[in-house]
Design a protein around this ligand. Structure first.
Ligand code: IPE
Ligand code: IPE
Ligand code: MG
Length: 250
């Protein structure tokens, strides 16, 4: 049944998550339902990216992270991987103007050095051209995996200890977080995954330690502004206790 509620009007704008992370999933199944190749779904997913980015900026969310390509996604058929990389390049170049118009800064997390040169170039170009925008930061997780990120951080910390710049007893959450790709980004309070899958797929394991999870059956290419606002409304009806009792936080 269609959900005709206007979720935007139900939001409490004074209690918004500062950072929302999304696992955009279901492009392939969306295309398959229509008898089309998987890539058709990826192309339509770009419209959802545009909509959700705008939706988040409109209400005043400060950071939006989108999982666009995982390190595990290299295992897909090479034609799909190539199509995804090409789509990324096209999308970044075509959206930069809109990002600037909407005062949105582009950032990326992941093992970016191992991306194809053209993808890396487009990304660097987009990041450079939007670097002074301040309304919202759009973070693309590209060639990202949380286990890679954590191991990379551990390696950097080990190097600092070897060089005498850090003592093992100085390692705390702050020291560790400084070495993650997200070092200057607050942890997401809300994680949304589309397409009915209920797993993290190696996404922001450390950063999502206390996040609220929202799952929807909707495939990513069908996900629109109202679906996004519905997720934020759901988030606002939850009680975040952080280990305390309900009475303590009333
Ligand atoms: C998400 O959709 C896009 C990427 C992972 C790049 P999928 O391509 O995973 O779609 P399904 O899950 O196969 O339907
Ligand atoms: C996770 O989606 C990665 C992205 C959305 C980019 P997948 O569709 O690749 O995840 P799994 O493999 O089904 O867990
Ligand atoms: Mg998937």
């Amino acid at each position: 049944m269609a959900d005709n509620s206007d979720y935007k009007s139900q939001l409490d704008l004074s209690r918004l998550p500062r950072h929302i992370a999304i696992i955009m999933d279901g492009n392939g199944r969306w295309a398959k339902q229509r008898g089309k190749p998987r890539v058709f779904g990826h192309h339509h997913g770009v419209t959802s990216v545009r909509e959700v980015t705008e939706a988040a900026a409109e209400i005043g969310v400060k950071y939006l992270t989108l999982y666009a390509f995982s390190t595990e996604n290299w295992n897909r058929p090479s034609t799909e991987v190539t199509a995804l990389m090409t789509l990324l390049v096209q999308t970044i170049y075509s959206e930069v103007e809109t990002l600037n118009k909407n005062d949105i800064r582009l950032q990326a997390i992941g093992d970016l050095d191992r991306l194809p040169k053209k993808t890396r170039q487009a990304l660097e170009d987009g990041i450079e051209k939007t670097r002074n925008n301040g309304r919202m930061t759009l973070v693309l997780a590209l060639n990202y995996s949380s286990k890679w990120e954590i191991l990379h951080a551990v390696g950097k910390i080990a190097g600092k200890i070897r060089d005498g710049k850090l003592k093992p007893e100085q390692i705390d959450e702050k020291v560790f977080e400084k070495e993650l790709c997200t070092n200057d980004i607050p942890d997401p309070e809300l994680m949304i995954r589309t397409s009915g899958e209920r797993r993290l797929s190696n996404f922001l394991l450390w950063q999502l330690a206390y996040a609220e999870f929202y799952f929807t059956e909707t495939f990513w290419p069908d996900f629109r502004k109202n679906d996004f606002y519905k997720a934020v409304c759901d988030f606002q009806h939850r009680e975040r206790r952080f280990g305390k009792t309900s009475e303590q936080i009333q």
